[in-house]
Structures are given as structure tokens and as C-alpha cells.
Design a protein around this ligand. Structure first.
Ligand code: HEM
Ligand code: HEM
Length: 228
């Protein structure tokens, strides 16, 4: 279901936009990605592989949450067509700035790109080898040439992922400093100034999120242990 989350007219009181599971997902992911890069570059590959499987479970959780999370966490509320994204881009540099209380149509594409790149990074990691002592848990399940290809992708796609993340952080700072619109605070508190047409997020119960995340962890760790 697609909701129009554009604000119109005068702002009203702050409403809860980002549910607790989405915020925990976001800041947990940030901490884990920093740890992933640090463990890889410092050669702590055992820890890297354990944390990497948690990243995989977290991303799977977010994909499910995109269907059962609160209104603003759902893909249906922020995945828009290319025309909407281009119209939003044009409005960014005009006086008639479209404001969206959830992800804007352009930001929606950034979210999808980051989730896809994270899946690629964590997925290829399972088959990666450092060609010395450490092999990903599913390394032996594919041929040598496939593993070599997936290892190359793992070592290369990190730069694409880091570039998109850098763009994402710069975009948040652009809104804060140039557009005077603080998007970072709401990702911490969940609350954001809304317009008369916007409803509070509702739903997105943390207990449901905890159960889904536990299942994702069981699927990733259990699935890999069964297959390897
Ligand atoms: C490893 C680094 C990061 C990754 C992988 C990442 C990823 C993401 C993802 C996937 C979302 C979508 C949230 C959702 O709907 O579930 C998001 C939203 C957001 N992130 Fe990040 N993020 C990172 C770092 C940061 C940092 C450092 C900041 C602050 C400067 C930040 C600010 C935000 C904001 C403000 C939003 C909400 C955007 C909006 O209002 O539409 N992120 N991020
Ligand atoms: C989003 C999650 C992940 C990120 C950001 C990430 C990042 C990285 C980085 C930056 C490197 C160093 C590449 C280089 O030396 O040039 C690396 C290497 C490696 N990663 Fe990951 N990784 C992730 C997930 C995983 C997972 C899930 C596994 C396995 C369970 C894994 C296994 C490995 C292995 C075995 C290496 C060593 C390969 C080599 O030395 O070239 N990674 N990873």
C-alpha cells in the first residue's frame, strides 16, 4: 500500500515516524559496519565472519520489517517510481521544496541500494577466502573459480558500499546544514515534525521485531551450520 507522506501547509506537532526496531536496526548496522571494516583490515577474520553473519541476519530482518513494520518502515510507503524521484530532485533546488515525513523518493532508492549492497557484501563473504588460512563457512561448497570470483566481488564491492554510505552521510549533512532540516535527530528519537496530512507511524511492535530478528539469526547461523 502506498501512502502519500508529503507534508502540506503548516507543520503540526511532532509524531512518531521511525519505530524503535528501525532505529535499533540503523544504529546497530552502523556499529557493525565499522566493526566489519576494522576486523577485516586488522586481520581479525574469525570475529569478522561471526559479525558478518549477524549483519546478514539484520539485513534479512529489515527486508521482513519492510512489510510488517510501522507505516514509515514499510517499502510501500517509500519506494516510488523514477518520475517521483526526479520530481523530488528538482524540488530540492526550487523554492517549492517537497517535504516528506518518511523517506523521500530519492532517499528510498538510497535505502534499497544500501540494503542490496549489504546483502551482496555479506552474501559473497560466506564464500570468500584469504587464500592463506581463513575460508568463509561455505567456501568449500563452490568450485575454486567461483570462490575466486566471489572473493574478488567481496574485496571490490566494499568500495561501492562505502561510497554509497559516504553519499548517504553527506546527504544527511546537506539536509542539516543547507536545508536546515534535521533528519538525524528523528533517527535517534523516532519523532519528527509533521504536516496536517501525516499520521503517526503506529504498529511496529518491538516484541514482534525481536521475534523476527531471532528467527533471522536462527535461519542464518542454523542454515549455514547445516549446509557447511
Ligand atoms: C555504516 C554506515 C551507515 C549505514 C549502512 C546506513 C544505512 C541506512 C539505512 C539502511 C537507512 C534506512 C533506515 C530504514 O528505513 O531502515 C538509513 C537511514 C538514515 N540514516 Fe543511515 N546509515 C549509515 C550511517 C549514518 C550516519 C553516520 C548518519 C548520520 C550522520 C545517518 C543518518 C541517517 C538518517 C538521518 C536516516 C533517515 C533518512 C530519512 O529521513 O529519510 N546514517 N541509513
Ligand atoms: C556487510 C558485511 C561485510 C563487510 C562490510 C565486509 C568487509 C570486508 C572487507 C573490507 C574485507 C577486506 C578486503 C580486502 O582485503 O581487500 C573483507 C575480507 C574478508 N571477509 Fe568480509 N565483509 C562482510 C561480511 C563477511 C562475511 C559474512 C564473511 C563470512 C562469513 C566474510 C568473510 C571475509 C573473509 C574470509 C575475508 C578475507 C578475504 C581476503 O583476505 O581477501 N565477510 N571483508
Amino acid at each position: 500500500m502506498t501512502h502519500d507522506t508529503r507534508t502540506t501547509g503548516r507543520d503540526q506537532a511532532a509524531i512518531r515516524v521511525w519505530d524503535l526496531p528501525t532505529r535499533l536496526f540503523h544504529w546497530g548496522l552502523v556499529a557493525l559496519i565499522v566493526a566489519m571494516v576494522a576486523t577485516a583490515w586488522r586481520g581479525k577474520l574469525d570475529l569478522h565472519m561471526t559479525l558478518g553473519q549477524i549483519v546478514l541476519a539484520l539485513v534479512l530482518f529489515r527486508l521482513v520489517w519492510g512489510f510488517v513494520g510501522n507505516r514509515y518502515a514499510r517499502f510501500g510507503s517509500f519506494v516510488a517510481g523514477p518520475v517521483a524521484a526526479l520530481r523530488y530532485l528538482a524540488s530540492l533546488f526550487s523554492a517549492q521544496n517537497e517535504r516528506h515525513v518518511g523517506h523521500n523518493p530519492l532517499g528510498g532508492y538510497a535505502v534499497l541500494a544500501m540494503l542490496a549492497l549489504l546483502l551482496l557484501q555479506a552474501g559473497t563473504g560466506l564464500f570468500t577466502s584469504d587464500d592463506i588460512v581463513t575460508d568463509g563457512p561455505l567456501y568449500s561448497k563452490v568450485s575454486g573459480s567461483t570462490s575466486a570470483l566471489l572473493s574478488t566481488i567481496h574485496r571490490t564491492s566494499i568500495w561501492v558500499l562505502l561510497s554509497v554510505i559516504a553519499l548517504h552521510v553527506c546527504a544527511s549533512l546537506f539536509y542539516l546544514l543547507v536545508k536546515k532540516d534535521n533528519l538525524i535527530g528523528p533517527m535517534l528519537t523516532g519523532r519528527k515534525q509533521a504536516g496536517p496530512a501525516d499520521d503517526a507511524g503506529g504498529g511496529g511492535h518491538p516484541l514482534l521485531a525481536a521475534i523476527i530478528f531471532a528467527l533471522c539469526l536462527a535461519i542464518v547461523f542454523g542454515g549455514i551450520a547445516m549446509v557447511k
